[in-house]
Design a protein around this ligand. Structure first.
Ligand SMILES: [Zn+2]
Ligand SMILES: [Zn+2]
Length: 252
């Protein structure tokens, strides 16, 4: 199955191992029409995340690089973090204008808003692989993600149910209402397989992304084949399985 754009890749500006230049070259090599540089958000430890200064440096590099690839659509995005039970993310209101769109998801090292958010959102997430989250925890997580989607212009919800377990159907419904895409993350295909029923019960849009942390993985969608053969109807729901520009949720 051909995927035309990779809307989630990392570089050494956060925890990736390649440069912007290498990711773009890899995208070209794979024959993609579009690629995004989307490093980790501001509340992660600075060594592994964007700072506002690093984001400015990326913009300078991207301005030069875009000239070299007139037929490759190059996006500058950010992978923000959900950092509270109220759905807060680590973006200031004046940060949005600098990016083409925002992905958001849970990342365990991102600094939470408060101790309460750490205890109620982060702690159950740390143990979710070994201790099945209670119904209360799932309800609270679901509320947090829906609030995030309602309050902020999140274009793509990254790797749903990675560590923070939600009611996928509820979150997908909320995402559909607000025009937020749900990501099929190549590094979390198993989670996606389990989430399929919930997703297919809604009309949420889907985007397949590699979440590449090395240039060699940019545009490598080989992991998608298994999911699509197990559930062929998913194919028609994947926005970047068709050519053309994606209509990302706009900032207010
Ligand atoms: Zn992530
Ligand atoms: Zn990522």
């Amino acid at each position: 199955m051909k995927i035309y754009g990779d809307y989630h890749t990392h570089t050494y500006f956060s925890d990736g191992h390649g440069s912007i230049e290498e990711n773009l070259a890899a995208a070209r090599e794979r024959g993609l029409d579009a690629v995004a540089i989307s490093d980790h958000g501001f509340n992660n430890p600075a060594r592994f995340s964007l700072t506002r200064e690093k984001a400015d440096k990326q913009r300078e590099i991207l301005d030069v690089e875009r000239e070299k690839y007139p037929d490759l659509k190059v996006y500058h995005a950010i992978e923000a973090d959900i950092i509270s039970l109220d759905g807060d993310i680590d973006m200031r209101s004046d940060d949005y204008a600098g990016f083409d769109y925002v992905l958001a998801g849970f990342h365990r090292f991102a600094r939470p808003v408060s101790g309460k958010d750490f205890r109620k959102l982060y702690l159950p997430a740390y143990f979710s692989a070994v201790i099945k989250p209670s119904r209360d925890v799932v309800a609270r997580n679901t509320r947090a993600f829906c609030e995030m989607i309602r309050r902020f212009p999140v274009a793509i919800l990254a790797h749903i149910n990675d560590m923070v377990i939600t009611d996928v159907r509820e979150v997908a419904k909320c995402a559909a209402d607000y025009g937020t895409y749900l990501e099929i993350n190549m590094k979390h295909i198993k989670i996606m397989t389990r989430a399929l029923d919930g997703i297919l019960a809604t009309d949420v849009g889907l985007i397949a992304n590699t979440d590449a942390h090395i240039p060699g993985k940019v545009g490598d969608f080989s992991a998608l084949a298994g999911l699509v053969s197990a559930c062929p109807e998913i194919a028609g729901r994947i926005a970047n399985a068709a050519p053309g520009e994606i209509n990302f949720r706009k900032f207010r």
